[in-house]
Design a binder for this molecule. Structure first.
Ligand code: ZN
Length: 341
């Protein structure tokens, strides 16, 4: 789903990302809700004492506000989630994403993606055709996409593994007009589904510019399927009446889940309705749709960690990086450096 994210102030974004309401913040700080509301909408500013009180409550250095309570840059936001995900949870994670974008930019500088946008021109092109165009632009030829995270990073997209499990969200992505895109992928998502999820987000990014709809979800899925495993290759590599074991090498080669592979076979008319249903029953009755056999190795984002390591090598301390990101060093390290050995 996609929605245009209206620009919010740093304070409002931070407050929502912490899961705190205006009423709660007013009660905790002794500052009236009316005053908070005015400051969040940018009509007035606080003095340093009030900012210090708020900074303490929200767990950030006061410089975060005194240097920059600027409006956040607007961006298109897409998420892949369960339909039942509560609105407040989505608002919280959208705020978390907006902050993360700002923080990432303070580390890597403002970068632009080399990905081009494509218009479906009201159905003149299919999303499958656009997927093939994007493959060509990225120089992928006809073969598998070996490391999708690395490919996205080369195209100027920051990918982060993020704790989204409790939010029932597989991924959330922001594609701002002016700065670099960021995709947060749920830590709980297994590698095969992670690849499809990222390809789905890539589909939104190149195809769509707002207004959530079920049609867009299908288009992003169709894009992802063709991007990861083009129909031409599916037909070439399919084994007649495949056993489960016959599918493992195809799964590994193309980096696609068995569930998506079965769907691919069906969409390419290699499985009929009955066979497709049979496969789905088999996958779900054995719990395989949740934990698939022949799991794929995880793809690990590296760009941000390398940027941090590079900054450190040039004498920039974690304290300074954290301050630029409007965070305390402990939160900065826990957020962006946990995987660094
Ligand atoms: Zn989507």
């Amino acid at each position: 789903m996609a929605e245009s994210e209206p620009p919010k102030s740093f304070l409002e974004t931070l407050r929502i990302s912490r899961g705190i309401t205006q009423v709660q913040l007013a009660a905790a700080t002794g500052i009236s809700q009316a005053a908070l509301s005015k400051v969040e909408s940018g009509t007035v500013d606080f003095d340093e004492d009030r900012w210090a009180t708020i900074a303490k409550e929200l767990g950030v250095p006061v410089s975060a506000f005194t240097s920059a309570n600027q409006p956040m840059e607007a961006a298109l936001v897409f998420h892949r989630k369960r339909k039942s995900t509560p609105k407040t949870a989505l608002n919280k994670i959208a705020a978390d994403l907006a902050l993360t974008r700002l923080r990432v930019e303070s580390i890597v500088g403002s970068q632009k993606t080399s990905l081009r946008r494509h218009d479906l021109e009201d159905g003149y092109y299919t999303s499958g055709e656009i997927a093939r165009k994007v493959r060509r632009e990225l120089g992928l030829g006809d073969g598998p996409v070996p490391d999708l995270v690395a490919m996205l990073e080369r195209a100027g997209v920051i990918v982060l593994r993020w704790p989204l499990e409790s939010l029932q969200v597989d991924a959330i992505a922001a594609w701002p007009a002016k700065s670099g895109p960021v995709i947060l992928v749920g830590e709980h998502v297994p590698a095969e589904r992670q690849r499809f999820t990222m390809a789905h987000e890539l589909g939104h990014a190149v195809l769509h510019d707002g207004e959530a709809s079920d049609a867009q979800e299908r288009e992003a899925d169709d894009f992802a399927a063709e991007f990861l495993f083009p129909a031409k290759q599916v037909v070439k590599e399919w084994v007649a009446n495949p056993s489960l074991e016959d599918l493992y090498p195809i799964k590994r080669k193309w980096g696609i889940s068995l569930a998506a592979l079965i769907r691919r076979g069906y969409d390419c008319n290699l499985l009929d309705d009955r066979e497709y249903r049979g496969w789905n029953v088999k996958l779900s009755s054995t719990g395989m749709h949740r934990r698939e056999p022949a799991p794929l190795p995880p793809e690990n984002p590296k760009a941000l960690r390398m940027a941090i390591a590079h900054a450190q090598a040039t004498g920039i301390t974690i304290e300074l990086l954290a301050e630029r990101a409007h965070m305390y060093p402990t939160e900065f390290a826990a957020t962006f450096m946990e995987e660094i050995a």
